[in-house]
Design a protein around this ligand. Structure first.
Ligand code: NAD
Length: 286
């Protein structure tokens, strides 16, 4: 029976180490803050931002939310980012998604000063990862690596299959795994017979956003299974919604060696990595 990788516990350990680092920053007269931009927020966006503020407070990060209506123009948003970039008291910037239609999210991301880009969404940051230079790395990719490393698996010589190859998750994960000298197979919606590739894998990272995609017959016995997927599904009988991953947990757990649950796996560690990037950025700002 596969061992559950407890994302909540790992996230709590990370937050613990951050408390000491933010205290040291404050002792030396430096601030540690996160400036978050939210545009046209709906109820769930606001709840997410409130949770973020609470997590920041817990580890000693000052959180400032910059809220704008959905009608804001691209140009106005760009000048908001420019203002944060040039403000020396701002060391970490993030932008809540989704942005309203009409806003070019990629160009907003690319505009964030790479040293303050704690979500690692500026292309310069992922480029630096490729070259092995110091960089702020996308948080979900960092979380995935942290969860894999928590199992103690030695990646050189191992085969990892990434299911999904988006710019924000699948590709950065694949790059970090290559840097760890794993043999990486990146798959996408057009890949024939993803199941056969998965059966070769010592580690499977699924980030497709397709509930039930990864099933027991795709798992090599003892493999590490990291489920990045987050999808809200409604039970037609009760009308209640719940969050599910890409992996059919109940059938896969008996075959896998290690497995992350959804919720309680990649999600909480991703938040912890955002906080860690924020502290890294404050320290590097000097
Ligand atoms: P995306 O839609 O941008 O990309 C999905 C990728 O999966 C694409 O490369 C697509 O080709 C591939 N794909 C789709 N169906 C496939 C199939 N049957 N076989 C192989 N590949 C397939 O999605 P995204 O933004 O990368 O997010 C993926 C999932 O991860 C979503 O459920 C999202 O909610 C979740 N997510 C979780 C976190 C977290 O912190 N846990 C963070 C970001 C995204």
């Amino acid at each position: 029976m596969g061992q559950i990788i407890d994302g909540k516990a790992i996230a709590a350990q990370v937050r613990e180490t951050l408390m000491a680092r933010t205290a040291a920053l404050k002792d030396s007269g430096k601030s540690c803050s996160l400036d978050a931009v939210i545009v046209g927020a709906n109820q769930s966006g606001r709840v997410y931002a409130e949770n973020q503020a609470r997590m920041c407070a817990e580890v000693g990060i000052d959180y400032r939310l910059h809220e704008y209506p959905a009608e804001v123009t691209q140009q106005e948003l760009e000048s908001v980012i420019d203002g944060l970039n040039s403000d020396e008291s701002v060391t970490a910037i993030m932008v809540h998604l989704p942005m309203p239609e009409g806003v070019d999210t990629e160009s907003i991301h690319a505009r964030i000063n790479a040293n303050k880009d704690v979500e690692g969404v500026n292309p310069a940051n992922i480029g630096n990862v490729l070259y092995g230079r110091r960089s702020l790395v996308p948080c979900t990719a960092l979380a995935t690596m942290t969860l894999i490393e928590s199992t103690g698996i030695e990646l050189p010589g191992k085969t990892v299959v990434c299911v999904g190859a988006s710019n924000i998750v699948g590709k950065p994960v694949a790059v970090l795994l290559m840097r760890a000298e794993a043999t990486v197979i990146s798959t996408n919606i057009h890949t024939p017979d993803v199941a056969a590739r998965c059966r070769e894998a010592d580690v499977i990272v699924s980030a497709a956003g397709v509930p039930g995609l990864v099933t027991a017959d795709m798992i090599r016995p003892g493999a590490v299974v990291i489920d990045v997927g987050i999808t809200r599904v409604k039970n037609p009988k009760t009308g209640r919604s719940r969050t599910v991953g890409d992996v059919d947990f109940n059938s896969v757990q008996p075959v896998a060696g290690w497995i992350t649950p959804v919720p309680g796996g990649v999600g909480p560690v991703t938040v912890a990595m955002l906080l860690r990037n924020t502290v890294d950025a404050a320290e590097a700002a000097g």
